[in-house]
Write a protein that binds this ligand. Structure first.
Ligand code: PMP
Length: 361
């Protein structure tokens, strides 16, 4: 039994060392005689694990002390709805930058709870570009500005954090968190579903500035309030203990690999290799995303003849690759290159792409 070359968009490849460690600790974690999944979240062993995982993340990202770290549930999608409930007053307004499927979904879910204004969108280019910052119609009275630094489906990434003045910046970093160093202090709130760069699905990581938690609470259930979660160490109810544990192992793994600077360099190198294979294929493969906005995490490409799509997928699968099929919304192929996707995996992919083009060109 060998492991596949896994390029899935999410849930996605996890570091093999993390999986092996979880496997080794499955029956007896830390001398407890039980797996992490079988232990109370209120017991000292798990509480220590939880605090240690948070501490590791704080170190990796150099999170300032005026930010809370929350380990939540519901997927990023639930927080599309929950963020306006927590950050905007009844009848308030928020600005959204729409650059793809997920930011579009974010604004439509938010619209149930806030006057969600599209301050900029690149829908006219079918989300192949980023709307230039100069054209954003920002409302200085907005409760926050929401954007998606990396749109997973097209593979479209902001390579700089936009300046939005005094209004808090909220970022859905589901598909690029921990992929490179990040200046957390530029944000009011960062959130991410765990199932790409962190661990199993069912866990949502949130980093939120204290002053946003102190905003007057709306009349929403306690369980939906971030401030309550923060005051209760994300344990208002039973958290995703297994997800929290694997996240901690992943943070430790990143640390051992040299931290986020090393991740950033590695991811830049990996993505450049795939883009080079696409750009150097004489049109056999194509990526139509604006050059300056190409994602380091998700590289999408189409074949010059879509009749070859099924052949590419069948042959790549036979060669040991999984997860290369593009999202149904855009078709074609997509190679997701999260932290756990190794350089040898990318070399194997690039070699396969060149061979395939030579055979079918
Ligand atoms: N935002 C982004 C950027 C995503 O890639 C995804 C999908 N993984 C989501 C939100 C939705 O996440 P979830 O399925 O965890 O709700």
């Amino acid at each position: 039994m060998s492991r596949a070359w896994n390029f899935s968009a999410g849930p996605a490849a996890l570091p093999e060392a993390v999986l092996k460690r979880a496997q080794a600790e499955m029956l007896d974690w830390n001398g407890t005689g039980a797996s992490v999944m079988e232990l109370s979240h209120r017991g000292k062993p798990f509480m220590q694990l939880a605090a240690a995982a948070e501490q590791r993340l704080r170190q990796l990202l150099a999170i300032p002390s005026n930010y809370k770290v929350l380990f939540l549930q519901g997927g990023a999608t639930q927080h599309f709805a929950q963020i306006p409930m927590n950050l905007a007053p009844e009848g308030g307004s928020a600005d959204y930058i729409v650059t793809g499927v997920f930011s579009k979904k974010a604004v439509s879910e938010a619209a149930f709870h806030v006057d969600a204004r599209v301050a900029a969108t690149s829908e006219a280019t079918d989300f192949l570009t980023l709307p230039p910052r100069a054209g954003w119609q920002l409302n200085p009275e907005a409760s926050y500005v929401h954007y998606t630094p990396n749109e997973t489906i097209r593979g479209l990434e902001f390579h700089e954090i936009p300046d939005v003045g005094e209004v808090p910046l909220v970022a859905d970093m589901s598909s690029n968190i921990l992929g490179a160093p990040l200046d957390v202090s530029r944000f009011g709130l960062i959130y991410a579903g765990a199932q790409k760069n962190i661990g199993p699905s069912g866990l949502v990581l949130m980093i939120v500035r204290d002053d946003l938690l102190a905003r007057p609470p709306r009349s929403i259930a306690r369980i939906l309030r971030y401030a309550e979660q923060a005051a209760n160490d994300s344990m208002l109810n039973t958290p995703n203990t297994w997800g929290w544990y694997v996240a901690g192992l992943t943070f430790e793994w990143i640390e051992g690999q040299g931290g986020l600077a090393a991740m950033g360099e590695r991811n830049a190198r990996k993505s450049a290799m795939v883009y080079d294979a696409i750009d150097g294929s004489d049109g056999f493969y194509r990526n139509d995303v604006e050059r300056a906005a190409r994602s380091r995490m998700n590289v999408s490409f189409v074949l010059h003849d879509s009749a070859l799509d099924s052949v590419f997928l069948a042959e790549s699968e036979a060669a040991g690759f999984i997860g290369l099929k593009g999202h149904k919304a855009v078709g074609g192929m997509r190679a997701s290159l999260y932290n756990a996707v190794s350089q040898p995996a990318v070399e194997a992919l690039v070699q396969f792409m060149r061979d395939f083009a030579a055979r079918h060109g």
